[in-house]
Design a protein around this ligand. Structure first.
Ligand SMILES: *Cc1c(COP(=O)(O)O)cnc(C)c1O
Length: 393
């Protein structure tokens, strides 16, 4: 493969792609087919029994889907990757591959809402207990481990207050105890952090965010060792969270510019965080790239850049903050992150709307908190938009 041992963006462009010699097409085609035909029963049996390579049915596997999986594996530094129809399909299928009734999971209180609901509402019904600890408290995580703990599950950075988990420390803990460590690395992307290089067993992504990168595709990615991904694909067959070939192709196209986009997201993140840090109407800024971030030393150790999400508290109340958000013109009032367009939310009215006031307080989600998911626009234009909205409060 031409991209072996090359730089990140060279891999992003070339990895996983096999040019079609019959047409010379530079870009991998979309195999928009749900089924594949065989020339004989013998050939069918060879593929069924995995004696020969081939495709049978798109829920089991598809060439466009496989191309994006190969590319992602190289970008993440994983032995293999499986892609899914959404981040939640990726996460649920991963957990179902790793746990059985009677098992226990250790995770953190700061979690993506869908994952938290899955841990709190779905797993207990199947006899799997979940303990949630403070993301930044390694000792609490360690002491939550039981005899039957099968998975340690963490996110880094977390949403929306951008706490970090020391991935190498958690990976070592998992190795020592024989527990699989899973890290949701959506907020970092493989450009900024490759958890597997730090000893983490399994990395998951909502590819809807930075990987797709254009706010136009819903997908999920899971990377790990070959034997785990094999089991995961079996589970994906059963649960059916397969990625459609067209969505796989959109992800493939998005991935080619991941390095370029991440450089801009990182640059915009730092610029806007520094601007907010000095602003008289801002009380507090959350960004792992600022030396005031409580885990700045972990950020510098494990991340190449700090991403495009910046959260901050406005010096005011719920109403002032709502007014600020409603006055943004360039930045859209919308959930999600990691796309080309800048999006802004007040988490209490969006991602944390259904969370009790008490739990919000514990997680540090105040009424005055704003989350900016910076796109790749010119930072001067984003800052000008923020400034005109500040001038209205
Ligand atoms: C969005 C997100 C998810 C869920 O992904 P979907 O693609 O929306 O299913 C999981 N984890 C994190 C950190 C996310 O931001």
């Amino acid at each position: 493969m031409v991209s072996k041992g090359k730089g990140f963006s060279t891999k992003a462009v070339h990895a996983g792609e096999k040019r079609d010699p019959s047409t010379g097409a530079v870009v991998a085609p979309i195999y928009e087919t749900s089924v594949f035909a065989f020339s004989s029963t013998r050939e069918l049996i060879d593929v069924m029994s995995e004696k020969a390579e081939g495709y049978i049915y798109t829920r089991y596997g598809n060439p466009t889907v496989r191309t994006v999986e190969r590319k992602m594996a190289e970008l993440e530094g994983a032995e293999d990757v499986a892609v899914f129809s959404s981040g939640m399909a990726a996460i649920a299928t991963t957990i179902f591959t790793l746990v059985s009734s009677g098992d226990h999971v250790v995770s953190t209180r700061d979690l993506y809402g869908g994952t938290l609901a899955f841990f709190k509402d779905v797993l207990p019904k199947l006899g799997v207990e979940v303990s949630l600890v403070e993301a930044t408290d390694f000792d609490e995580m360690k002491s939550a481990i039981r005899e039957n703990t099968k998975v340690i599950y963490a996110e880094t950075p977390t949403n929306p207050t951008l706490k970090l988990v020391d991935v190498s420390k958690v990976a070592k803990l998992g190795k020592k105890k024989g527990i699989t460590v899973v890290v949701d690395s959506t907020f970092a992307s493989p450009y900024n952090l490759k958890p597997i290089q730090f000893g983490v067993d399994v990395v998951v992504h909502s590819a809807t965010k930075y990987l797709g990168g254009h706010n136009d595709v819903t997908a999920g990615v899971v990377g790990g060792c070959e034997s785990f991904v094999q089991k995961l694909k079996e589970m994906r067959k059963h649960l059916g969270g397969t990625l459609d070939p067209l969505a796989a192709w959109l992800l493939l196209r998005g991935l080619k510019t991941l390095g370029l986009r991440m450089e801009r997201h990182n640059f915009n993140g730092m610029r806007v965080a520094r601007y907010l840090e000095k602003h008289s109407k801002v009380k507090r800024v959350y960004y792992p790239g600022l030396p005031i971030h409580p885990q700045y030393s972990i950020a510098k150790r494990q991340m190449k850049g700090f991403g495009g999400v910046v959260s901050f508290e406005i010096d005011g109340d719920f109403e002032t903050t709502m007014k600020f958000v409603d006055n943004l013109r360039l930045c859209f009032l919308a959930a999600s992150l990691g796309g080309t367009e800048t999006l802004a939310t007040q988490p209490v009215t969006c991602s944390h709307y259904f969370i009790s006031a008490e739990d919000r307080k514990k997680a540090g989600i105040t009424d005055q908190l704003v989350r900016l998911a910076l796109g790749i626009e010119d930072p001067e234009d984003i800052i000008a938009d923020l400034e005109q909205a500040f001038n209205k409060i």
